[in-house]
Every structure is written in structure tokens, then in C-alpha cells.
Design a protein around this ligand. Structure first.
Ligand code: CAA
Length: 252
């Protein structure tokens, strides 16, 4: 798929990888529908993309709410006339060990922290993917869905909840690719490693250093290195049902 002039939806576009995908796709002249729960930050990203010379609209969206996601995709098609791509990127962390004992005190991951991550990362990806496909089927046209998984899908300390969602997202990608191929729709995923974003800046310094020491390239990745994988998936018409692992060679 040629990127120029295509309508691409990016969820979680107010910061982190989503923001960088937006800025990098704006430079390639994609038309952008940006969604996030944080509308103030999102508006800044929208303006920056527009300054790069491409049509960009911002939408307030909680990806975990079914009706909101349905309304959002209806609105995007009304505003742009069509939709061609989705980057299913919205995601949160609520890190903590499943159970731990320190200084005589036992702590455990709360059900609320488990559920919050499942709702946004897994259910949100399901809902957005589903509504995107519905729009493509209605319009009888091809398209590309990119799910954002993570290196944590293989089991990362402190991320029971996040790992479960990112493994789910990776395998859902294969299912969707098989189901949607007959309609000319491709579905692929990216599993980024530790990338310099707001999400990783929250990791305690001593833990972060332990992590970096294990990365063969001895550094965290940059967001534009993940945008490169986005371009690859969008542009390569023979790529579907697979996960690109872009992680500096780090295997958890
Ligand atoms: N790698 C190696 N060691 C780790 C680790 C990791 N990912 N996470 C925790 N540890 C170690 C700690 O260094 C500590 O070791 P010592 O006992 O030898 O000092 C031990 O495990 C227990 O951890 P804490 O003392 O930190 O326990 P805590 O209860 O205070 O905090 C925690 C737990 C919140 C999970 C904290 O350890 C932490 O933030 N870990 C990092 C989790 C992480 O990697 N998150 C990724 C966020 S970015 C992201 O999710 C994007 C993506 O796709 C990768």
C-alpha cells in the first residue's frame, strides 16, 4: 500500500510511540485520524502533523468502550470519506510483581491493575480492529491493520497483566490475518523492545540499567526505529500474519 494520501487511524496518539507514528506518517503525507483519551496532548500532536502539511483530525476516544469505538469509526469515515489503515497502538502499563514479600510484608498485583490493562490493551485492540474491518468490508476495499505487541509478550518480570495482553495481541494478529486475507486486508504486528518513551521513563533507574545491560545493542530503541517497521508493514503487500520484533536483539 502506498502511504501518501491514505487515511490512517492511530490510537493512543497523544504521546509515546503513537505520537511518533503520527509525526512520521505526516511527513509521508498520510491523512491522519488521531485518537486518544488525553485530548489536550492530542491537540498538540494534531497541530504538529498539520504543520507538516497533511490533513489531520483529533478524536477523544476510550478504546475500551464498545459504543465509543463504533461511533469513532463511523465519524472517521464521515469526515475522511474512507479509511485505509489502523495502528492499534493505545496501551497502558500497571507494573507490579504478581506477589512479593519484602520487609515482612506481602503485596500482590490488584485485580483493578490486572483489569485496567486487559481492558485497554486487549479489549481495546479487539474493538478497534473489529470496527476497522467492518468499515473496510462496508466499503469493499483493502486495508492494513498494525497491532502493537511488545517484547514483553514473552514474559517480563513485573508485567503479568501487560504480558498477557501483548501475547494476546500478537496471536490475534495471526487469526485476523487468516480471516481477513480473502478481503484483501493485511494484518501484522510489531513487538518493540525497550524504546525511549514516557512509558519506559517511568521505570526505576536501577531496574532500567539492569535491563539495558541485557540488550545486545546496549541501548534502548528510538521511536523512529519503530516507525520504520510501520512503514515496512504498510508498504509490503506480501507481509501479513507476522510479528516484527524490533528490540535491539533482546530476548527476555
Ligand atoms: N529485569 C530484570 N530485573 C528486574 C526486572 C526486569 N524487567 N524487574 C524487576 N527486576 C528485579 C529488580 O531489580 C529487583 O531485583 P533485586 O531484588 O535483586 O534488587 C527484583 O526484580 C524485585 O523488583 P523490585 O525491587 O523493583 O520490586 P518492586 O515491587 O519495588 O517493583 C516493579 C516491581 C514495579 C515491577 C519494578 O521492578 C519495575 O518497574 N520493573 C520493570 C518492569 C518493566 O520492565 N516494565 C516495562 C515498562 S515499558 C513497557 O512496558 C513497554 C514495552 O513494551 C517493553
Amino acid at each position: 500500500m502506498e502511504i501518501k494520501d491514505k487515511v490512517v487511524v492511530i490510537t493512543g496518539a497523544a504521546q509515546g510511540l503513537g505520537k511518533n507514528f503520527a509525526m512520521d506518517l505526516a511527513k509521508r503525507k498520510a491523512r491522519l485520524a488521531l485518537a486518544d483519551i488525553n485530548v489536550e496532548l492530542l491537540e498538540e500532536v494534531r497541530k504538529a502533523c498539520e504543520q507538516a502539511g497533511t490533513e489531520t483530525r483529533a478524536y477523544e476516544l476510550n478504546v475500551a468502550e464498545e459504543k465509543a469505538v463504533e461511533d469513532f469509526f463511523n465519524q472517521v469515515v464521515q469526515d475522511f470519506g474512507t479509511v485505509d489503515g489502523l495502528i492499534n497502538n493505545a496501551g497502558i502499563t500497571r507494573d507490579g510483581l504478581i506477589a512479593r514479600s519484602k520487609d515482612g510484608e506481602i503485596r500482590k498485583m490488584s485485580l483493578a491493575n490486572w483489569q485496567a490493562v486487559i481492558d485497554v490493551n486487549l479489549t481495546g485492540s479487539f474493538l478497534c480492529g473489529r470496527e476497522f474491518f467492518v468499515k473496510l468490508l462496508e466499503q469493499k476495499k483493502p486495508g492494513v491493520c498494525i497491532n502493537i505487541s511488545s517484547l514483553s509478550r514473552s514474559g517480563n518480570m513485573g508485567q503479568s497483566n501487560y504480558t498477557a495482553t501483548k501475547a494476546g495481541v500478537a496471536e490475534m494478529t495471526v487469526t485476523w490475518a487468516k480471516e481477513m486475507a480473502r478481503h484483501g486486508i493485511r494484518v501484522a504486528a510489531i513487538a518493540p523492545g525497550y524504546i525511549n518513551t514516557e512509558m519506559t521513563s517511568a521505570i526505576r533507574e536501577d531496574v532500567k540499567q539492569k535491563i539495558i545491560d541485557q540488550i545486545p545493542l546496549k541501548r534502548m530503541g528510538e521511536p523512529n526505529e519503530i516507525s520504520h517497521s510501520v512503514f515496512y508493514i504498510l508498504e509490503n503487500d506480501y507481509f501479513t500474519g507476522r510479528v516484527i520484533e524490533c528490540d535491539g536483539g533482546f530476548r527476555i
